[in-house]
Design a protein around this ligand. Structure first.
Ligand SMILES: CC(C)(COP(=O)(O)OP(=O)(O)OC[C@H]1O[C@@H](n2cnc3c(N)ncnc32)[C@H](O)[C@@H]1OP(=O)(O)O)[C@@H](O)C(=O)NCCC(=O)NCCS
Length: 157
């Protein structure tokens, strides 16, 4: 995976919430939680120059286990390595397993997660509404220090 331009990551703060709401509103494929609720979890933002370009929220679900609650990048900032930078930053926080759900039709997100070593671990029919669609459950073992090139080998399962 290539790294393009300069993307900085940091923890999300309450002053980021209006911009988070804006990105979420422009990302119908993303989950739509109340932005203020993200601050109860582990959350990061990515800045591309002066622009807050994207965010990622991880929720710890059990000891050593977490799920990606949301990840979205401003449409104007996509394919510039923003989501990859967020995944790298968040993976400095070690978990044994990380799960997520993604719409079956969401090819961009599925390609991103696959590039980082996530594998499909189940299908939840009719998981999403408007439009009604299956959710693909994806899982990554050993979430720690994801590199520029993604994992170097197949994950342990
Ligand atoms: C999915 C999403 C977060 C990707 O963000 P991004 O910043 O554009 O992704 P990156 O530029 O970091 O891409 C990293 C890699 O992911 C894959 N990828 C990302 N977008 C892709 C696309 N549209 N098509 C194919 N592969 C894609 C590629 O392997 C890419 O590496 P490359 O550009 O060197 O080929 C973004 O498209 C988005 O916000 N979508 C709407 C919200 C969403 O679907 N969230 C996920 C909910 S589970």
């Amino acid at each position: 995976m290539r790294r393009r331009g300069m993307v900085d990551t940091r923890r999300m703060t309450s002053s980021d919430l209006p911009r988070i709401a804006e990105i979420q509103a422009h990302s119908p494929e993303a989950a739509h939680w109340k932005p203020e609720d993200y601050l109860h979890h582990q959350c990061w933002v990515a800045e591309s120059g002066p622009v807050l370009a994207g965010f990622l929220v991880l929720r710890e679900t059990a000891p050593g286990e977490a799920e990606i609650l949301n990840l979205a990048v401003d449409p104007a900032c996509r394919r510039q390595g923003v989501a990859a930078a967020l995944l790298r930053a968040a993976s400095l926080h070690r978990f044994e397993r990380v799960f997520l759900e993604v719409r079956e039709s969401n090819a961009a997100a599925r390609a991103l997660y696959a590039a980082f070593g996530f594998i499909g671990s189940g299908v939840r029919p009719n998981y999403y509404a408007c439009p009604n669609e299956a959710g693909i459950v994806m899982k990554l073992q050993k979430w720690y220090g994801l590199g520029d090139e993604g994992p170097t080998g197949p994950p342990d399962v």
